[in-house]
Design a protein around this ligand. Structure first.
Ligand code: GDP
Ligand code: IMO
Ligand code: MG
Length: 431
């Protein structure tokens, strides 16, 4: 097997972009398999920071193929902006490939995302308002427009006509808003189709051929397991399957090809948007972590909610993902605290539990049971070896390994590609 899967193990923004970029240095193909431009992945190398939403973070290796798989939903305007942004920065994008089966985000999806959120009022999910949920709704309802449809003018016109009539009824009659115009959308999207055509192919074939030829394929997850439509904190989730299984369906490969699953986590937890977050901090420690970790969204610039490391949620993710390794990022952000805490179990109605409840009302009543450990003061941003970390930081990491029931493959001490401590190279499993 020559596949490595990167999966977010918390609520997104764990540093998947950084680890994809790092591991892609040895990869031949890098594939995104779900989500859309709700994702914001930051990559830092040679003193420059890049933010990607749809293009896989493996694009920075010129000889590689960077694949947008069938499970991704594509806003063509956003994708083209990203391609132009990369080219403008001297990054070669000729290796980009886009699945002909990927679904397209249309202007009515973006409008409906906003109207649905407004209608939910206090129960709003806090989506990124990029039309992700409505695009996946149409896919499941079997009225979605795929990349291959967009490339055929007549097919696209017919599908758009049908969908727009339906969506405009909802937009005007349910939400009382202005209808969208066919000609405007059609002309705009045909322009995008012409620009994107050269990248479009059957990417399942491409990825399977690469695996059959023993090439190294890296699967780049978006969002995180706790935002998974099935395993996350429903309904405060995204509309795809960020858990590891989504990598197989979203790239068109058999699940038996995916055996090395690297769960990416932070040294603490963050969440953007609404929904349960048992270890959330509402105090100056949370504020301090937010400022030190620059915890503001890449896509929406919203301040991220901050909490202590939650090993109950982590064990839930480990199970749902079949995680074989853990990659822990942003350890440097925890330097300078007298003590650090890890949630090891919850108390629910006076009883200790060690599973993540499905019921939101139960989750609301869960109180974290913490283990408190001595912190460390040292600046660790230049540390290259695990043994050179302060003893208390090492103890913290070992305790996380125990409670997460997963060994650490890497520890990251800064955003740069070089600020990465390697304990185990996941590609070794794949050889
Ligand atoms: P992703 O969505 O999982 O790719 O994560 P994001 O890129 O949205 O958010 C992670 C943020 O943490 C980015 O700003 C990264 O540059 C930054 N980052 C990643 N690893 C580290 C680290 O070890 N230390 C610090 N200080 N920042 C990091
Ligand atoms: P990356 O890949 C963090 C969250 C939104 C909201 C919920 C649903 O950068 O880790 P959506 O727009 O998907 O319908 O919003 O999911 N969300 C993310 N949070 N990181 C992400 O991506 C996210 N993508 C979606 O904030 O709570
Ligand atoms: Mg992000």
């Amino acid at each position: 097997m020559t596949a490595v899967v990167i999966v977010g193990s918390q609520w997104g923004d764990e540093g998947k972009g950084k680890m994809t970029d790092y591991l892609s240095q040895k990869a031949d193909v890098v594939v995104r398999s779900q989500g859309g431009n709700n994702a914001g992945h930051s990559i830092v190398f040679e003193g420059k920071k890049y933010a990607l939403r749809l293009v896989p973070s493996g694009i920075f290796g010129a000889h590689k193929q960077a694949v947008i798989g069938n499970g991704v939903v594509i806003n063509p305007k956003a994708l083209l902006q990203e391609i132009h942004y990369l080219s403008g920065n001297g990054i070669d994008t000729t290796g980009l490939r886009i699945s002909n089966r990927a679904h397209i985000t249309m202007p009515y999806h973006i409008a409906l995302d906003q109207y649905e959120e407004e209608a939910k009022g206090a129960n709003a999910v806090g989506t990124t308002k990029r039309g992700i949920g409505p695009t996946y709704m149409d896919k499941a309802a079997r009225i979605g427009i795929r990349m291959c449809d967009l490339l055929e003018h007549d097919t696209f016109a017919a599908k758009l006509k049908h969908n727009l009539a339906l969506k405009n009824k909802i937009i005007t009659k349910v939400y009382g808003k202005e209808p969208l115009q066919f000609d405007e959308i059609f002309n705009e999207y045909i322009g995008y189709a012409n620009e994107l055509r050269k990248y479009v192919t059957d990417t399942s074939l491409l990825v399977n051929n690469a695996l059959d030829a023993d090439k190294k394929v890296l699967f780049e997850g978006a969002q995180g397991t706790m935002l998974d439509l099935d395993e996350g904190t429903y309904p405060y989730v995204t509309s795809s399957n960020p858990a590891a299984g989504g990598a197989a369906t979203g790239a068109g490969v058999g699940p038996n090809k995916l055996q090395t699953i690297v769960g990416i986590c932070k040294a603490y937890c963050t969440r953007v948007g609404s929904g349960p977050f048992p270890t959330e901090l509402h105090d100056e420690i949370g504020d301090s972590i937010r400022e030190k970790g620059n915890e503001y969204g890449v896509v929406t610039h919203r301040p991220r909610r901050i909490g202590w490391f939650d090993s109950v949620a982590m064990r839930h993710a480990r199970r749902a993902d079949g995680m074989t390794w853990l990659s822990l990022n942003l350890l440097d952000v925890l330097s300078g605290f007298k003590t650090v805490k890890i949630c090891k179990a919850y108390e629910l109605d006076g009883k200790k539990i060690d599973y993540y409840p499905a019921s939101l009302s139960e989750l609301d009543r869960c109180k974290p049971i913490y283990e408190e450990m001595p912190g460390w003061d040292e600046d660790i941003t230049k540390v290259k070896k695990f043994e050179d970390l302060p003893k208390n930081a090492q103890n913290y990491l070992h305790r996380i390994e125990e409670l997460a029931q997963t060994k650490l493959a890497t520890v990251s001490v800064g955003p740069d590609r070089d600020q990465t401590i390697i304990l185990h190279d996941p590609w070794k499993d794949a050889e």
